[in-house]
Design a protein around this ligand. Structure first.
Ligand code: NAG
Ligand code: NAG
Ligand code: NAG
Ligand code: NAG
Ligand code: NAG
Ligand code: NAG
Ligand code: NAG
Length: 898
């Protein structure tokens, strides 16, 4: 009867397939029993990630195994990492936020799992591993979409002994083609891998922590050595008994202690009764349930919750009674309990490609840290010596030391501060850090593993790093070497994004000119590697690749950051002086990496977009001054100024006419906008601090009202709001512009702080940060960009035409401007207005075409042999993205090779 109903349940499950359901608490779930052997039923409970992803299976799957043996993973669920706490509050640091989490009640007999006959309980670690692999086979049959999802196995305590063997057997099954599964790593918390090393560390640990004196130390140590003695004789069950006896000695000598976190307060009055209870029922009090001596209550609360609320909510069968068989599980494994599993760790490190993460909590007594350190150092594997010699680095967050890490190759070890046995609960900050590092959350990770080389992100050699340009202000830079053999003979182009606050490393790189686009497909017209020019044979010999240096400037943009917002730049002078410091540091760094004098030899160009144009001209002027003063000797040759925000008032003043002539405005709308422009002009001319941005936003709002919404980056493309309405197509065309920060009043405040993260943000914060090893204690990519924009509010509408004139009068740099015909922001008439003030007449204007298209791509207007302006057809504000082949034409036309 019993078996029958379960079989029915399974059939029903496979019919609904992998449709997420509501279970208990928030979020979608699925659950069931796998009959891993006839009569042995293992319970699993999957929480689908609450992350905003198209498919759940895009995010990694993390298995959680509890210890004991006999402790239920429901403990981990409600006390450590699930979406709800035991009090049924939402947990702040739940793993479900980023990952799909699969809780398994293992071995059979644990938690909701059950056997129909006690003879079916497991007796060895190997049997446990086999049952788990069988469970996974059945799980993937029900959830086939997870087969290719990266799988990570995390486990605690005795789970830390079961998980490595499970991972090893699963890995073998994958290699033998018995199961399709994308196993990546195994992470073990407070792992019971070498029991005797734990036992032998107790006395010393307690003496050092002040819980015993020498007499107590001697008593505990004597019992531990006795345990070791029988263990060495292979008397495993006897060793288990002596382990328990040693614990009794500890409770006696310390007058009560929490084995899972020695700082956990003990009930003084209750010590005696606890002691009695503990001696009476040592195993169920400590081992078979991962509970705390001083908190039996919580154990009872958990059991009541499982039996009376969760079981009914999930409609679990009557045969499954939470915790009913747990004690038996422990007893049945008594012969295996004290056996070490170091050999399995060796197999994992020697014979698989899995990552192995070991985590130990400093306040844990039962699996005390000194014991862990000892057995980890015993592991014989090829990387052993290197591991031993690796530095042990501090890990911190927000200026607080949270722990240490030491790693080599596939092995990483973490020491968690202020944490006992339950590290995920006790130090979730360090746990988050570990997960971010070892369970990367990106959907196309599999693809990435192919692309990632030791040299950077994607193909091609790269260098990157941070440069401290002022105390506590850091600029991030990312150099892509030209993909030609003699890259050092190729010119260097610095790319400066606009905003201010938009990121070169993110936006310019992945949306405009880098070797990969945002979906990580190779870009045809990358400045680093121009693939298109390979196709026609005649161009084969003149491949034009450049060294491109993406600089996240001003500090606070992209990966750049300040430790405190008071260090943000408030005017373009600071932005530029930061860049000059940066460039000096960069030349120094890159020369020592590549053993080549870049500063003295490599022709330098500065390319920019939008507000980046203002910075580019000011930066160039500073550099020429530095060169004249002899403090730098870089070979600056020219400036590419795309959609350059050089004379903001000229651009803005041209908007009404531009919009009206394109049919977006009638006469009354035009007048309204002109009045708003007068206000902006007034506050800008008077430099009335703070008011400029108000006028600016009022102007934007009026334009949106009067045009009914317009995409200012490309007037022919849909607006953000239109895109959002077409949910089905959720195209990212406009969202991607959002990264540039420039025009945000159609969504109210900038969405920089909001939490629906854009695809670019996911890419940058996920795989890019991960691959480049951007330490998580730095603010995530883009976090400070809104603050950057606000800090430069008073500077934003100032003109740099004076500097353009000085560059023309006092230097021999070449200036190349280009404008997209569909751009509202720096619309053509506005740009022409200030150019016409500098030059009375152009020398000539001619159409240009590209090698491939044969059609007119735009017009080249030459004002002097050092000043050229391009009008680019079919392009808006982002010319390189909208008309890449025209862009390449411009670049090739003006970059001189040496
Ligand atoms: C979550 O964090 C907030 C703010 O730190 C805190 O007040 C709250 O108690 C936390 N909730 C839980 C369940 O820990
Ligand atoms: C592990 O790898 C070593 C050498 O790479 C090989 O000699 C050994 O047989 C392997 N062991 C197992 C159990 O596969
Ligand atoms: C793992 O490899 C090391 C040598 O690198 C060897 O000493 C050790 O015995 C191996 N362990 C196992 C279990 O194969
Ligand atoms: C720019 O800002 C810095 C500090 O915020 C200030 O010291 C400096 O005088 C300013 N420069 C100009 C030209 O306003
Ligand atoms: C801005 O104001 C100045 C001074 O009042 C005036 O000369 C200039 O023409 C105005 N510019 C625009 C675009 O209105
Ligand atoms: C989505 O895009 C497709 C193809 O571009 C189009 O046929 C369809 O109508 C669009 N759907 C919506 C809701 O706009
Ligand atoms: C540049 O030179 C022109 C003509 O020689 C002159 O009229 C102008 O004032 C100069 N501008 C600057 C900023 O030096």
């Amino acid at each position: 009867m019993l078996k029958y109903s379960v079989v029915l349940a399974l059939v029903a499950l496979s019919m609904v397939g992998a449709v997420p359901r509501e279970g208990f608490g928030p979020g979608m779930q699925d659950w069931g029993f796998a009959e891993v052997r006839p009569g042995a039923h293992m319970f699993w409970w999957l929480y689908y990630t609450t992350a905003d992803v198209p498919n759940h299976a895009d995010r990694p799957l993390v298995i959680w195994l509890q210890g004991g043996p006999g402790a239920s993973s429901m403990y981990g669920n409600f006390e450590e990492l699930g979406p709800l706490t035991l009090e049924l509050d939402e947990r702040n640091h739940t793993w479900v936020r980023d990952y799909n989490v699969l809780f398994i009640d293992n071995p059979v007999g644990t938690g909701f799992s059950y056997v129909e006959d006690y003879s079916l309980l497991t007796k060895t670690n190997g049997e446990i591993a086999d049952d788990l692999v069988e469970l996974m086979k059945q799980f993937y049959t029900l959830q086939p979409e997870f087969r290719t999802t990266p799988l990570h196995i995390y486990a605690e305590s005795y789970g830390g002994k079961m998980a490595p063997e499970f991972a090893y057997v699963l890995d073998k099954a994958i290699k033998n083609g018995e199961i399709e599964c994308n196993l990546q790593s195994v992470g073990i918390v407070a792992p019971w891998v070498s029991p005797i090393d734990s036992v032998l560390s107790w006395a010393e640990f307690l003496l050092n922590m002040g819980y015993v004196d020498t007499k107590g130390y001697n008593a505990i140590q004597a019992s531990a050595i006795e345990t070791e003695h029988v263990l060495n004789q292979g008397l495993w069950e006897e060793a288990t008994n002596l382990w328990g006896k040693t614990e009794n000695v500890i409770v006696r000598e310390t007058h009560g202690i929490d084995f899972y976190n020695v700082l956990f307060k003990q009930d003084f009055a209750g010590t005696r009764s606890q002691l009695e209870q503990f001696s009476r029922d040592m195993r169920s009090a400590i081992a078979s349930r991962a509970t705390r001596l001083a908190s039996e209550d919580r154990d009872q609360i958990l059991q009541d919750l499982m039996r009376f609320e969760v079981a009914p909510a999930l409609s679990l069968p009557a045969e499954s009674i939470y915790g009913a068989q747990s004690g038996r599980v422990f007893n049945t494994l008594a012969g295996d309990f004290m056996k070490p599993a170091i050999d399995v760790m060796e197999l994992l490190l020697n014979n698989t490609s899995l990552d192995v993460v070991i985590i130990t909590g400093q306040l844990d007594l039962i699996v005390a840290t000194p014991g862990n350190v000892r057995w980890i150092e015993k592991i014989q594997w090829s990387g052993r010596n290197n591991y031993l010699q690796s530095p042990r680095n501090a890990v911190g967050q927000h200026g607080v030391l949270e722990g240490y890490e030491k790693s080599y190759g596939k092995l990483a070890v973490y020491w968690a501060l202020r944490a006992g046995h339950m590290v995920p609960a006790d130090n979730p900050i360090l746990m988050d850090y570990i997960l971010q590092k070892h369970v990367p959350v990106y959907s196309i990770l599999k693809f990435l593993y192919i692309l990632v080389t030791a040299d950077g992100f994607g193909s091609g050699k790269q260098h990157w790093g941070y440069s401290e340009v002022r105390p506590r202000a850091y600029i991030f830079w990312w150099l892509y070497q030209a993909q030609t053999n003699r890259y050092e003979e190729r010119p260097l182009i610095i790319w400066l994004q606009g905003g201010p606050g938009a990121s070169s490393s993110g936006y310019g790189n992945f949306e405009e000119i880098g070797p990969l686009d945002r979906t990580l497909k190779p870009r045809d017209n990358s400045w680093v590697c121009d693939q298109i020019s390979y196709y026609p044979l005649e161009y084969f010999s003149s491949v034009k690749d450049y060294n491109v240096l993406f600089v996240d400037s001003p500090v606070g943009s992209g990966f750049s950051y300040v430790e405190d917002h008071t260090f943000l730049a408030r005017n373009s002078s600071t932005v530029v002086s930061d860049l000059v410091v940066f460039l000096k540091n960069f030349y120094h760094t890159i020369s020592s990496i590549t053993m080549y004098d870049w500063e003295g030899n490599v022709p330098l160009y500065i390319a920019s977009e939008s507000y980046g144009g203002r910075i580019a001209v000011e930066f160039a002027y500073s550099l020429t001054q530095a060169v004249n003063a002899g403090t730098m000797h870089c070979k600056l040759r020219g400036l590419f100024l795309g959609s350059a925000w050089l004379s903001p008032m000229d651009s803005i003043a041209a908007w009404p006419t531009y919009l009206a002539s394109l049919g977006y405005l009638d006469e009354s709308g035009r007048e309204r906008i002109e009045r708003k422009i007068d206000i902006v002009n007034e506050t800008t001319v008077q430099r009335r601090s703070g008011l400029t941005m108000d006028g600016w936003q009022g102007l934007q709002q009026t334009i949106i009202q009067k045009t009914g919404g317009i995409n200012c980056y490309n007037v022919l493309k849909p607006t953000r709001r239109e895109i959002e309405q077409q949910l089905e197509n959720a195209s990212e065309e406009v969202l991607e512009y959002g990264e540039t920060l420039w025009w945000y009043s159609d969504t109210g405040k900038p969405h920089g702080e909001s939490h629906s993260s854009s695809p670019l943000e996911q890419l940058m914060r996920g795989p890019v940060s991960h691959t480049l090893g951007i330490a998580p204690q730095r603010p995530p990519w883009g976090t400070q960009r809104t603050a950057v924009f606000d800090a430069l509010g008073d500077d934003f509408l100032q003109s740099s035409i004076g500097t353009v004139e000085r560059l023309l009068n006092e230097t021999n740099l070449e200036l190349i401007l280009y404008s997209g015909q569909l751009d509202l922001i720096t619309c053509l008439p506005g740009t022409l207005a200030w150019i016409n003030r500098l030059f009375h007449n152009p020398l000539g204007r001619e159409p240009f075409t590209t090698e491939l298209s044969g059609t007119i791509e735009g017009y080249r207007t030459t004002y002097s042999h050092r000043f050229t302006h391009y009008t680019v057809l079919r392009a808006g504000h982002m010319v390189p993205a909208d008309n890449p082949s025209a862009m390449m034409h411009i670049l090739h036309h003006h970059i001189h090779e040496s």
